[in-house]
Design a binder for this molecule. Structure first.
Ligand SMILES: NC(=O)c1ccc[n+]([C@@H]2O[C@H](COP(=O)([O-])OP(=O)(O)OC[C@H]3O[C@@H](n4cnc5c(N)ncnc54)[C@H](OP(=O)(O)O)[C@@H]3O)[C@@H](O)[C@H]2O)c1
Length: 322
């Protein structure tokens, strides 16, 4: 099969190569997926760059990307799944060598999920990380709450805005421009680069504050959490891009009885995963979500696609058509 891969960390244009690789055979409990779309996330890009703390090549050759969508091509022993069924996949390159930037990927059956009719393959390649992270960040009671989604124009943030609204919350988001506000789809927004976010949130809520923050940058937004969360509120933080190990304001958070959730979607497996994924599947079947794939060419465009993600100014999830 054709695949894009790297055999050492480094700049995208230098280390990513295209070549022929043996097509995997599904073993017991596994499914072989003929990929049609491969999603590129910041995590894939950081991993390839060797930017993770203590990074070592865990495998001699890595086919990157955790997210993708396609059709079941074959099943291994003990798997009762229909060949030809449309599917999306998750964690394909999490603690595994071969992800989705290839014609085929072989995965345990549970990592291969029905892709409802009406959801394109490109959209399916946005689900494993962006959509599931947003859904996971919105655990617990959301109906009737006020949720602040920081970075509502981001791949995760845009889904979080939609999902919180679908769950019955009032949603306020932070963005850096009017165009990004439009992309977020959220009517109540604050330009975080121009305004005092805490003051704006308190003003918009008539001093009541908010119940939850779905947060893309814990370090940058910790003051907002302290100032704006109501007692008993929650921070669901999935990144801390500006300062990786920020100082924790323990007592200000403690005296408000705040729950801090530092979440990572890769660890969402088994019984903890099932209800979150089922909620997402329901929205997909209902056609309730708007997706924002940024289709960026075929496998041969992978290096440019990685650079686009690293630049951080695209609107949506970068997807390669396989
Ligand atoms: N823990 C997990 O499971 C998990 C899952 C998915 C992603 N992540 C991580 O989360 C980060 C975002 O991922 P993504 O795919 O959503 O990236 P993305 O599509 O590039 O979006 C990032 C968004 O964050 C916004 N942003 C950055 N700093 C901000 C701040 N201080 N306040 C408000 N908004 C801010 C950016 O807005 P502007 O461009 O307007 O500044 C941009 O819209 C990455 O670091 C990624 O690795 C973690």
């Amino acid at each position: 099969m054709k695949a894009a891969f790297y055999e050492g960390f480094g700049p995208a244009q230098e280390v990513l190569r295209i070549g022929d690789v043996a097509t995997p055979d599904p073993g017991p409990g596994e499914v072989l997926v003929r990929l049609r779309a491969s999603g590129v996330n910041p995590s894939d890009v950081k991993l390839r760059a060797g930017a993770r703390p203590g990074a070592v090549m865990a495998y001699p050759r890595v086919i990157p990307h955790s997210d993708g969508a396609g059709e079941i091509a074959a099943v291994g022993e003990g798997v009762d799944r229909a060949v030809g069924a449309r599917v999306w996949v998750w964690n394909a390159n999490w603690q595994r060598a071969f992800g989705t930037s290839a014609d085929y990927v072989c995965l345990p059956s549970e990592q291969v999920v029905e892709l409802p009719d009406g959801v394109s393959f490109a959209a399916g390649a946005c689900l494993g990380i962006p959509a599931m992270t947003a859904a996971y960040a919105l655990d617990g009671v959301i109906a009737g709450q006020t949720v602040l989604v920081t970075g509502g124009a981001g791949a995760v943030g845009r889904y979080a805005c939609q999902m919180a609204a679908l769950m019955g919350a009032r949603v306020i988001t932070t963005v850096s421009s009017k165009d990004k506000a439009a992309h977020s789809g959220c009517e109540e927004w604050i330009n975080y680069r121009e305004a005092d976010v805490s003051a704006a949130v308190m003003d918009m809520t008539n001093g009541d504050g908010i119940d939850r923050i779905v947060d893309v940058d814990f370090a940058a937004n910790q003051d907002v959490a302290v100032a704006c969360l109501r007692p008993g509120g929650t921070v669901s933080s999935y990144a801390s891009a500006s300062v990786v190990t920020p100082e924790l304001q323990f007592y200000p958070l403690m005296f408000k009885d705040i729950t801090l959730r530092m979440l990572i979607v890769y660890q969402l497996t088994g019984t903890r995963r099932a209800p979150v994924q089922e909620r997402l599947q329901g929205w997909l079947r209902d056609g309730a979500l708007s997706h924002a794939p940024v289709t960026s060419g075929g496998l041969e465009a992978i290096a440019a696609a990685h650079d686009l993600v690293a630049a951080g100014d695209k609107l949506g999830t970068v997807v390669l058509e396989v």
